[in-house]
Structure formats: structure tokens, C-alpha cells
Design a protein around this ligand. Structure first.
Ligand SMILES: [Zn+2]
Length: 341
């Protein structure tokens, strides 16, 4: 038995929005109150089609420094004509409004004030949330219960955190969740990711992540990572717009052909490559390309210009993520290489 909400009879009601067939709405949904009395609110877009179809949820910026997804969501959802839509789109372009205020992964103001009480602080890992929990858990509960739980399909759009860049990348729920996880892989291919992570362990299959929670409860969820944290970039946004449009077409929600996109290489995990020495980081290998075992990925120079380290690939595979910070300290992650499934 699915724990998701039954389809509403009559118009869809979410917060202040009442969406009848063939209508589009923007509004906001109250989450928590701050000390000055103001409310943290989720921005919400609803497009209700004129024909029956799935309820599709898309969210971005659940980490507050992940900007590309905000633009992808708003561009695609604004362009949908409700008269051409089958089903319903629920979109939250900023899932972590407090994080966005500081353009930081976490709601950093609360976290700095009270690190212990505000842990856990990663909203992405807090689903389905808790109405009795800390600030982050309460925000997750409002978002899950009032919006996400109504959906049959979920797409969660990320970038790496600030200082990182992925080649177009999708992540799936764990295979042990059965048919929903297999469907998520089909949708990741439709989206057109270059790399699709099908992991059994690690943060991308965490029990509290929204794509895993919805899939465990009978829906289908997946996430994508496009571009670099802390930036707004034309090329990853364009790729995301095309991928999200493909997805809506594949779900039968919008008319139109599905475009072939991306390398669609499935990996089962990634090896993090870290530096030994501190200094300036010079990347040598191409993001998204294949590297050979022993190939130099990057060099580190000291502040006098001397090369102090050549960082080599520990094994062959695709270079799926790089660090974009200009400096590194010993132990910082420089790159991630995929291990093929
Ligand atoms: Zn993220």
C-alpha cells in the first residue's frame, strides 16, 4: 500500500493555490518562522493539465548554492501550456530558501548559531522530515507532506557544491527498491545524463533523500547534477532544459519527440582522488572524458611556482567530477573517476 496521497477529487489545493484543470499558478508555502517574525516560504509553481496524467514533482536548490536548477525549473515550467498538458506539474525551484539566502549548501545562519541543535542540517538527507524535529527537519516535513507526497514521479535537480563541477550526471534509488528504481534508470536515460550512478551504498542512495523516499513509498524518483555549484551557467542550464522537456514527453505529459541526449554510461561508484600536497591546483584532464590508469589528472604547484605533486588516476574510467577551486590543502578531493557497472 502506497503511503502517498490519493489523487484529489476536484481542484488541487496546496497552500494558497487552488488549481483547476487547465490552469497555472505561482505562490508560496509557509515552512518555519524566524526570530524576526518572518516566515521561510517555499516558492511553488503548479500547472494543472486538461487531460489525465501523472503528477510530476520537480525541485531544485535543496542545497542553497546550487543555482543552475532554479533556472532550469523556471524556464521549463513557465513554457508549459496547461492546455497541452496531461497530468499535473508541481515545481519548487528553491527547496532550501534559507540556504539560498546565504548561497550556501546548508541554512548556514542557523547552523553557525547552534551547530549541535541544528544537526542534521542537510535538508536533502532529512526526508520525509519531522514536524517535531529541528528547523531543517520541519522544513523537509512541510515540503514532503504538502507537495512531494502528491507526486508519482520526482526529479531533484542539483549541482555539486561550490567548488565542484560534474559532467551531466544522474543518480538513482538503490536497486533493492525494485520496479521504481528500474524505471528511474529509464528516465535517467531519457533525461540524457552522460553518467548514471546506480549505487547500492553511499550518500546518493541515503534513506532520507527525497528520490529514495518517494521510490520506497511506491513512486519513482531520481536526481541529476548539472554544472558547478555557486554559478549560473548557460550550457548546463540548456542541457537541463532539454533533459527535463524530454522527461515530460516520455511521461506522456507533453506532446513532442524525445531527443537523444548524452553518453548514458552507467557507473556503480566513484573513486575520489585526493591531493597529498597543498598549493595551486592545475587540472590536466578533461571533465567527462575517459582517463587511463596512471594518467596525470592534475598538478599542484607551490606558491613559488614549483610543481610539488602530479596527481595520477588510480584506475581507468570516466572523469565525472572535478574540483574547480584554484587552491587545495592536503587531503582535498581533486577529482572523481567512475567505475563502470
Ligand atoms: Zn546538491
Amino acid at each position: 500500500m502506497s503511503a502517498r496521497a490519493a489523487p484529489p477529487a476536484g481542484p488541487l489545493r496546496i497552500g494558497p493555490i487552488v488549481a483547476g484543470p487547465g490552469s497555472r499558478h505561482t505562490g508560496s508555502l509557509r515552512a518555519i518562522q524566524l526570530a524576526d517574525g518572518s516566515w521561510v516560504e517555499f516558492p511553488l509553481m503548479v500547472v494543472a493539465g486538461t487531460r489525465p496524467g501523472p503528477t510530476f514533482y520537480v525541485g531544485a536548490a535543496i542545497h542553497g548554492d546550487e543555482i543552475n536548477g532554479i533556472e532550469i525549473v523556471s524556464r521549463v515550467v513557465r513554457a508549459v501550456d496547461p492546455r497541452a498538458l496531461s497530468g499535473t506539474i508541481l515545481a519548487v525551484p528553491v527547496q532550501n530558501p534559507l540556504g539560498l539566502r546565504g548561497q550556501h549548501r546548508f541554512p548556514v545562519g542557523l547552523l553557525l548559531k547552534s551547530p549541535l541543535d541544528q544537526s542534521p542540517a542537510d535538508m536533502w538527507a532529512c526526508f520525509p522530515g519531522s514536524p517535531e524535529g529541528n528547523s531543517t527537519e520541519r522544513m523537509a516535513a512541510v515540503l514532503y507532506e504538502q507537495v512531494i507526497a502528491r507526486a508519482e514521479v520526482l526529479l531533484d535537480i542539483h549541482t555539486p557544491t561550490t567548488g565542484g563541477r560534474y559532467a551531466p550526471f544522474a543518480f538513482l534509488p538503490p536497486r533493492r527498491l525494485g520496479a521504481g528504481a528500474r524505471r528511474a534508470e529509464e528516465l535517467a536515460r531519457v533525461f540524457g545524463a552522460d553518467f548514471i550512478l546506480d549505487a547500492e551504498q553511499g550518500m546518493y542512495v541515503g534513506d532520507g533523500t527525497p528520490h529514495v523516499v518517494l521510490t520506497a513509498r511506491g513512486g519513482v524518483g531520481l536526481g541529476v547534477e548539472l554544472g558547478e555549484g555557486g554559478r549560473l551557467e548557460a550550457e548546463p542550464v540548456e542541457r537541463g532544459v532539454r533533459g527535463l522537456t524530454n522527461l515530460l514527453r516520455a511521461l506522456g505529459m507533453l506532446p513532442g519527440p524525445i531527443e537523444a541526449l548524452g553518453r548514458q554510461i552507467v557507473i556503480q561508484r566513484m573513486t575520489a582522488v585526493r591531493c597529498q600536497r597543498g598549493g595551486l591546483l592545475h587540472l590536466e584532464a578533461e571533465l567527462g572524458g575517459d582517463v587511463a590508469a596512471g594518467q596525470v589528472l592534475a598538478t599542484v604547484t607551490d606558491v613559488f611556482g614549483e610543481v610539488v605533486e602530479r596527481i595520477r588516476a588510480p584506475h581507468a574510467g570516466p572523469l565525472v567530477r572535478i574540483t574547480t577551486f584554484p587552491t587545495v590543502a592536503s587531503g582535498e578531493r581533486v577529482a572523481q573517476i567512475g567505475v563502470l557497472r
